[in-house]
Design a protein around this ligand. Structure first.
Ligand code: UDP
Ligand code: MG
Length: 348
């Protein structure tokens, strides 16, 4: 265990020009106060259309610790985190949103827990300062996915976390195109723990997660981590077949029995009409519904076999001349980054 790990902070940025100056100030101040280093901050500019990239580029010239990875267009927050993971230089990686909802000062708290020997320390969100409807949606979603998933996914944990280098590399090498990072993070195993951290309000600007993006994230979470919706299709499908068989038996019985021997209520039903209508509409509904479920999985398989990258990097901006991106397979600097082969010694 490295006593004073070199930290890399990974921050996705999409149209956050109003927040970035304050963000950089608070993150660098936090890193200044940490022992060890030199630490690193990777901003992933996710195709911002405002001045975010310009501001970030300028910041890089002023602080050697900053690196900007800029996408060719907007790919989404999860691919942005994934990209950052491929450029990590530190012994431990902090994933943190760029809107200051994850308070940078808490990196210290995460790190303290991490130093107790964990591979993953994630923030559990308490007191979400968000509107009631969004909070309710989150609540339902996290509980639903926990029940559905075959991997235990911790409740109310966001992306804000600190990861050991080996976990970061595993996440970076994960080929899952429909990334749901907090799912894979839990799936990799090792020693993990959650600590409660209050989530702040957004520093400035609006949420960059439209309802559509939020639903996409939720669907990725569910369909990438659970086969239960498919099994549900089998279950409900079988039940419908059973009901249909009963209906059929009833119809045949009514047909074959002479009218005078039928119970009274059967004589009054207009021949077949109700049963057929009910059955057709019900089963058509069930079929369509589960065609949709199957479609979700087929769609994901389709995305996977295309092997299209989940993001495209346009440029990497860094002041460090020797700096080269680490590929996920590059493991030999794992314990070697504090120098002198004495990575375990405190450096201050
Ligand atoms: N983000 C991104 N790409 C997107 C949407 C969001 O990189 O397409 C970033 C955004 O800049 C922020 C983080 O992801 O740093 C979280 O986004 P946001 O605060 O809008 O989400 P919320 O906190 O409302 O769920
Ligand atoms: Mg936010």
């Amino acid at each position: 265990m490295i006593r004073h790990p070199k930290i890399t902070v990974a921050i996705p940025v999409y149209n956050e020009e109003d927040v970035i100056p304050e963000l950089i100030r608070r993150v660098t101040a936090t890193l200044d106060a940490l022992p060890g280093g030199p630490h690193q901050v990777i901003f992933v500019n996710d195709g911002s259309s405002d001045d975010s990239l310009t501001i970030l580029k300028k910041a890089v010239t002023e602080d050697d610790r900053l690196v900007v990875v800029s996408f060719s267009r907007n790919f989404g927050q999860q691919p942005a985190y994934a990209a950052a993971l491929e450029y990590v230089d530190g012994d431990a990686v902090v994933l943190m949103d760029g809107d200051l909802q994850d308070p940078p000062e808490k990196i210290k708290t995460l790190l303290e827990k991490y130093n107790e020997g964990f591979d993953v320390v994630y923030a559990i969100r308490v007191n979400r300062k968000e509107n009631v409807i969004k909070r309710l949606c989150y609540n339902v979603f996290y509980r639903m996915i926990q029940r559905l998933s075959s991997t235990p996914l911790p409740l109310d944990s966001g992306d804000f976390s600190i990861l050991s280098r080996r976990v970061a590399q595993l996440l970076a090498s994960d080929a899952d195109r429909h990334r749901y990072l907090r799912g894979i993070r839990s799936w990799v195993g090792f020693k993990q723990i959650g600590i409660e951290i209050e989530r702040e309000e957004r520093e400035a600007g609006e949420t960059k997660y439209t309802l559509r993006k939020l639903f996409k994230l939720a669907a990725d979470g569910i369909f990438s981590f659970s086969l239960i919706p498919l099994r549900l299709a089998t279950l409900i499908g079988s039940l419908s077949v059973l009901v249909a068989l009963l209906l059929a038996a009833f119809a045949v019985y009514a047909k074959l029995t002479p009218a005078d021997q039928l119970p009274n209520f059967m004589k009054e039903i207009p021949p077949g009409f109700t049963a057929i209508t009910v059955a057709i509409s019900f089963f058509a509904g069930v079929q369509l519904m589960f065609l949709g479920v199957v479609g979700e999985y087929v769609g994901r398989v389709f995305e996977e076999v295309k092997r299209r990258p989940s993001f495209i990097v346009d440029q990497v901006i860094s002041n460090q001349s020797k700096w080269t991106p680490n590929t996920p397979t590059h493991t030999d600097s794992f314990t070697n980054t504090t120098g002198g082969g004495k990575a375990d010694e405190p450096t201050s």
